[in-house]
Design a protein around this ligand. Structure first.
Ligand code: NAI
Ligand code: MG
Length: 326
């Protein structure tokens, strides 16, 4: 079976780390058909459109999409691309790697963030000069869909259960519905859960991240708390993510286009290659996924390393070292 993969490098170091991930995938014994498409600042300058229709259509039909990063047009690119794959959950692992300078080296978390609603649903109003309002949307169906995904996730990855982070003591209706629905689905499925107020979580995770494992959150909380966890593991540079929908998914590093180093061929390809490992797992190639992840971890620990990690290696030196270790 051939997997059709949309490859959308975008701008800046997206153009450097995305081909590196493709090289790693090509070194495996799996049939891929890579189809490249444009998005971002450069194509906007050339054509007036940051996300050409053909790129959207490709992401909406391919088995999976590998996205790099976009510059100023990031929101015009990534939000519609997530919609193209009908992504309802954002999977964000935050793991500290051996040998990397992390604030909390014991951090090993996975955030499962609701990706379609909450305060990010986009219903805002400016009523008067003095007053602006925001309508928050929480549905039982979206909470249920996320909870089913979370249960599958902990079962497949052999985690014990998950933590629900929310603020249902204040937002009784919206976070209340979210918390109750997620807890109910977990109970039906026989998956253990505990819960924590999201503000208290922010403190606890800084003091003792090892007490948490898989964390399920509403949209805004997931965005903020996963960025906080990124700080604990040594910044955004090493973090991968997946936007998963019912039939397809999009994989991207958390970092942006890094204009300060773009073009110098020194971008760290690790976040993008770990995103590709998540794609392998999603496509059912668990063994290869683990092998890629392990090769990246060994390379982070033993080198070669790019300048952001104190080394002097290039993107391709690191990519080749990872391929050699596979
Ligand atoms: P950034 O993540 O691009 O860069 C922040 C810092 O981290 C820079 O010093 C950069 O050199 C470094 N860095 C990031 N990734 C790295 C890597 N793989 N290897 C080595 N160093 C790395 O974030 P910033 O500077 O806030 O944004 C730059 C541009 O990227 C903006 O135009 C922004 O809109 C866009 N952006 C796009 C995103 C996306 O497409 N998903 C996400 C975040 C930002
Ligand atoms: Mg964010």
């Amino acid at each position: 079976m051939t997997h059709e993969i949309a490859v959308v490098p975008g701008d800046g170091i997206g153009q450097e780390v995305t081909p590196a991930a493709v090289e790693v995938l090509e070194s495996l014994d799996i049939d891929f058909e890579f189809v490249e498409a444009e998005a971002g600042d450069a194509v906007k300058e050339a054509t007036g459109e940051a996300l050409p229709q053909e790129t959207y259509d490709l992401a909406a039909s391919a088995d999976a999409t590998l996205f790099g990063a976009a510059g100023e047009t990031a929101a015009d690119v990534i939000l519609p691309l997530r919609e193209a794959v009908d992504s309802f959950v954002n999977v964000r692992p935050a793991k500290a790697y051996p040998g990397i300078d992390a604030v909390r080296p014991e951090t090993d978390l996975v955030f499962l963030r609701e990706n379609t609603e909450g305060v990010y649903a986009g219903i805002e109003d400016r009523l008067t000069e003095d007053v602006a309002t925001l309508t928050r949307v929480t549905t039982q169906s979206a909470s249920r869909r996320l909870a089913e995904f979370a249960c599958d996730y902990v079962e497949d990855s052999e985690h014990d259960g998950f933590t629900i982070a929310h603020k249902a003591n204040v937002m009784r209706e919206t976070d209340g519905l979210f918390r109750d629905t997620v807890a109910e689905v977990a109970e039906e499925r026989g998956v253990e859960t505990d819960e924590v107020l999201m503000d208290a979580f922010a403190t606890h995770v800084c003091l003792d991240p090892a007490q948490f494992d898989v964390v399920v959150c509403p949209n805004l909380a997931g965005d903020v708390l996963s960025d906080l966890a990124a700080g604990l593991v040594g910044g955004l540079g090493l973090l991968p993510s997946a936007n998963v929908g019912p039939d397809r998914a999009l994989f991207e590093p958390v970092h942006g286009t890094a204009p300060d180093i773009a073009g110098d061929e020194v971008a760290n390809p690790a976040a993008k290659i770990i995103s590709a490992a998540m794609m392998l797992d999603y496509l059912g190639h668990e063994e290869e996924s683990e092998a890629v992840q392990a090769a990246v971890e060994t390379t982070l620990a033993e080198g070669p390393r790019t300048p952001d990690l104190g080394g002097d290696a290039s993107t391709s030196d690191v990519t080749n070292a990872i391929i050699d270790r596979l």
